[in-house]
Design a protein around this ligand. Structure first.
Ligand SMILES: [Zn+2]
Length: 450
């Protein structure tokens, strides 16, 4: 609008000047080198203006011609960039759609068009990963380490490759490097914790756990549980080096953090006789038993009363059973002590009550053992038959790999998972193998947790 107005003003001025010149015309005579030119003022002025215009046009044309190559280059570059970004976008879409060959094709295109490695390398790496071409992915991720803006992503890619391939030492080094680059990133904290713990670096794992708690990556309750497991691990380590007092201190701290933890209470009971802490261990076992009457605790409790005679032991186990009224494990514990004391009737009565509550394989085998003590071969055989068809009992199982463990440990002995061993029914296959194995009197022996 403003431009149009300005243009109109210019035209108006020109017309006015032209009209004025025509109205006030006069003659001009130019004498130059023997030539005489007769003309009017108006024609002379228009001639000069026309010559100026032609000159300006010529200059413009010349400039355009001089800058032509640069303009064409810029246009080509921008079109190249546009196609490069388009290839990048299409590559990402292909990646999301799970089409590795299309993703790799677009990644190559983007790489050629953009010549900007940080942009296309990640796409190339992920496309290779999706296609299962680990060596190619590895090389792309490694190239990403060189650029500061892609280093973190490169480390992450290499780390996931290392974890997948089970290269633990390399994975730990990469996780530490990632932690150095972004110490607050949630996946960095959880991965580094897991790797430090799996490597048995308990103190390093605890430091990372502390950071994860502060960053809100791990909830408070979960943090307490993990710390308790780390403390138990340190307790075992101290015990293996003969440092019994330290073993006790760590286990006691774990018990305070997680009073419901069966492994912590069982650990205290296992250490106590060595350093004259039996009374404290008895208290700890009773405390945990109240919320979780577990066979490992019954066994630990019985072991803590080692010096007393069999009838007194029966009374002791009855006191323990009363702390968690009507629990199957309380009845089993009493039956076990009663059988040792020769009180067969009490053992049978306790087990029959227990089997009414939970008719599992272990209890039928235990009843068969009582019948053996009674020299009643027919009843014993009958209980063993029932045992074969009965439900399995819970065991220590790794929740990650499903391996049945003989006792609880901070790390799974099979897959190395941290705090993955839990007390539950085994998986179907493991159950089948348990059915096949004969388990007589030993079935009264609970699985150790210490
Ligand atoms: Zn496992």
């Amino acid at each position: 609008m403003k431009q149009a107005l300005w243009y109109l003003i210019k035209v108006a001025v020109l017309v006015a000047v032209a009209l004025w010149l025509i109205d006030h015309d006069g003659a001009v005579v130019i004498t130059w080198q023997g030539y005489i030119v007769n003309t009017s003022v108006a024609v002379l002025v228009f001639g000069i203006v026309a010559a100026a215009l032609i000159l300006a046009l010529a200059v413009r044309l010349w400039r355009g011609l001089v800058h032509l190559p640069r303009t064409v280059g810029e246009w080509r570059r921008s079109s190249r960039r546009e196609r490069g970004y388009q290839a990048l976008t299409q590559g990402m879409v292909a990646l999301a759609a799970g089409d590795p060959s299309a993703a790799r094709k677009h990644a190559r295109e983007a790489d050629q068009l953009l010549r900007d490695p940080p942009l296309s390398l990640l796409l190339s790496a992920q496309a290779a990963q999706l296609a299962g071409d680990d060596p190619a992915a590895q090389s792309y991720f490694t190239r990403m380490l060189a650029e500061p803006e892609t280093e973190f992503l490169g480390v992450r890619g290499l780390l996931s490759q290392a974890v997948k391939a089970g290269r633990r030492v390399e994975a730990l080094e990469l996780a530490r490097r990632a932690h150095g680059l972004r110490p607050q990133a949630p996946w960095v904290l959880t991965t580094l914790f897991e790797l430090e713990a799996r490597a048995g670096h308990w103190q390093a794992a605890e430091t990372v756990l502390h950071q994860a708690l502060r960053a809100g990556v791990v909830a408070a309750a979960e943090g307490r549980q993990r710390r308790a497991v780390l403390l138990l691990a340190q307790s075992w380590e101290a015990e293996s080096q003969g440092r019994w007092d330290e073993a006790w201190t760590h286990a006691a701290a774990a018990h305070d953090l997680a009073p419901g933890s069966v492994p912590a209470a069982a650990r205290l009971a296992a250490i106590a006789p060595r350093i004259d802490k039996v009374r404290a261990a008895v208290k700890a076992v009773e405390r945990t038993w109240r919320t979780d009457p577990h066979p490992a605790l019954a066994e630990a409790y019985q072991a803590l009363g080692g010096g007393i005679d069999a009838p007194a032991q029966v009374k002791r186990m009855q006191r323990l059973a009363a702390l968690a009224a009507d629990s199957v494990e309380g009845l089993v514990a009493v039956a076990r002590a009663a059988l040792t004391a020769g009180q067969v009737a009490l053992a049978e009565d306790s087990l029959k009550r227990a089997v009414n509550m939970a008719p599992t394989r272990r209890l039928y085998h235990a009843l068969a053992a009582v019948m053996d003590a009674r020299h009643d071969a027919v009843a014993a055989a009958d209980y063993r038959t029932q045992a074969a068809g009965a439900a399995p009992d819970p065991v220590w199982v790794c929740g990650s790999c499903g391996t049945v463990a003989p006792d609880w440990r901070p790390l799974c002995g099979h897959c190395g998972g941290f705090d993955t061993v839990e007390w539950r029914l085994p998986d179907a296959q493991a159950g089948a193998s348990l059915i096949a194995s004969p388990v007589p009197m030993a079935e009264l022996q609970p699985v150790s947790a210490a």
